[in-house]
Design a protein around this ligand. Structure first.
Ligand code: ADP
Ligand code: ASP
Ligand code: MG
Length: 406
């Protein structure tokens, strides 16, 4: 059976007019004799609205109810798509996660798809039907609805491609593919024809919201090629695939920035074994994700300063966790909200010396101060003042010759 998984993001199903266009795309694959599995996200803005409502109802809204509420947008989008396909004369119906079922494991809000029961959908495909399936949601072993993290329909699509051994998995979105940097922020950004899982994973984790990081991990693990393209034009998109399929590795492939980072500094902590652990253990227990970490060299061997970054939404929780923990001793606690992490990513960095220097020099020439640095084999990240984000991206994009116009 020649199966294609087509995933439509919120922007692709944002209005009934757009949904009619989506139905045409689906019809085209059906005409090419594909068995089509459709995965849809909620209409754009709907999930955010639902999250907002939950906060209005309670500052401490139950996680399980959160999942029931915020996953409801997908139900609406799927029925509209199926309704349009039926209108066009196709056999189609919507499938909610529990009807498939899509089995998830783990905590509410951040569950992972573990198993997809393929029997009913296979039967439906064999009968010529087009199943339109809710992305983002699943059901756990207690028969409760779950969600798999914001942007999660990407991961739903990849897992369907895995369990149904699909020939193709296409992510339709509102841009033509993966770009060297967010094309909505920099006009000169260039579409990337092919990118490795490793680079895409870094880009997604470091701020390129076009793909959800978990979905790339799943694709990499299962060796599933992903095509990312626009639902508004017929232009070719980007292929996300394994490194060995890529002939021309660039030194730098892309640049990303984050929106909501905050910096936390503990001044004057004791410079002795176990101190860092005593600070980070309670943070991790409270599910606070610590990102970049630096510890200054201690001038007197007794005291040092420790700086790290977190998501701004975790700032109050972090403050409380540190201040209430009597085991953490420091002289001063400082917070800085308006910071942004800029990263340059590329597998070619492994073999090319001097990228770090070039990045730092470029930022220095623009008089942009670097607050924190972190690196891996294929990325360099720096923390800077948020107000300098655009200036930094423009300068680095030019320095690494990433643009359409050079
Ligand atoms: P969807 O609704 O299809 O899931 P998203 O809003 O999640 O779409 O992702 C698409 C958006 O990702 C684009 O509109 C674009 O602004 C943003 N984006 C950020 N970085 C990149 C990048 N490097 N390449 C392409 N798009 C990017
Ligand atoms: N609708 C969900 C969200 O907004 C899932 C997705 O877009 O993939 O996060
Ligand atoms: Mg998305």
């Amino acid at each position: 059976m020649k199966i294609v998984v087509l995933k439509f993001g919120g922007t692709s199903v944002g209005t009934t007019k757009k949904i009619k266009k989506v139905a045409e795309i689906i019809a085209d694959y059906k005409k090419k004799n594909y068995k089509v599995i459709v995965i849809s996200s909620a209409m754009s803005g709907v999930t955010n609205e639902l999250v907002k409502k939950s906060v209005e109802i309670s500052g401490n809204f139950s996680d399980s109810e959160h999942d029931v509420l915020v996953s409801s947008g997908e139900q609406m989008a799927c029925s509209l798509i199926a309704g349009r396909l039926i209108h066009k004369g196709f056999k189609s119906r919507s499938w909610l996660s529990w009807q498939v079922p899509i089995i998830t494991v783990g905590k509410h809000k951040i569950s992972r798809i573990n198993q997809i029961n393929i029997n009913k959908i296979f039967k439906y495909l064999r009968e010529g039907g087009i199943p339109v399936i809710t992305g983002f949601q699943g059901v756990n072993n207690e028969n409760r609805l779950t969600t798999i993290g914001r942007g999660g329909s990407d991961a739903s699509a990849i897992m369907f491609a895995k369990f149904f051994k699909a020939e193709r998995c296409i992510i339709y979105t509102d841009v033509e593919g993966i770009y060297t940097t967010d094309p909505n922020k920099l006009k000169n950004a260039k579409k990337i024809k092919v990118i490795s899982y490793e680079e895409m994973l870094e880009m997604a984790s470091l701020g390129a919201k076009v793909m959800q990081p978990v979905s790339i991990q799943d694709a990499r693990l299962n060796r599933i090629d992903i095509e990312v393209k626009s639902s508004f034009t017929k232009k070719s998109g980007t292929l996300i695939t394994k490194k060995s399929n890529i002939i021309n590795n660039k030194i730098v492939t892309g640049i990303t920035s984050t929106q909501n980072d905050s910096k936390v500094s503990l001044i004057g902590v004791k410079d002795k074994p176990g101190v860092a652990a005593s600070i980070f253990k309670p943070l991790s227990k409270n599910l606070i994700n610590v990102d970049m970490v630096v510890q200054n060299i201690s001038p007197n061997g007794k005291e040092t300063d420790l700086t790290f970054t977190i998501k701004t939404e975790d700032l109050n929780k972090t403050k409380k966790t540190i201040q209430e923990n009597k085991n953490i001793n420091y002289r001063k606690l400082l917070f800085e909200k308006n910071v942004s992490k800029i990263s340059v990513i590329g597998v070619g960095m492994i073999t090319t010396p001097g990228v770090t220097f070039k990045m730092f020099q470029t930022l220095a020439n623009k008089k942009i101060n670097i607050k924190v640095i972190s690196t891996s084999e294929i990325k360099i990240s720096v923390l800077i003042d948020k107000k300098n984000t655009r200036k930094a991206i423009v300068a680095l994009h030019k320095e690494f010759k990433l643009g359409k116009l050079r």
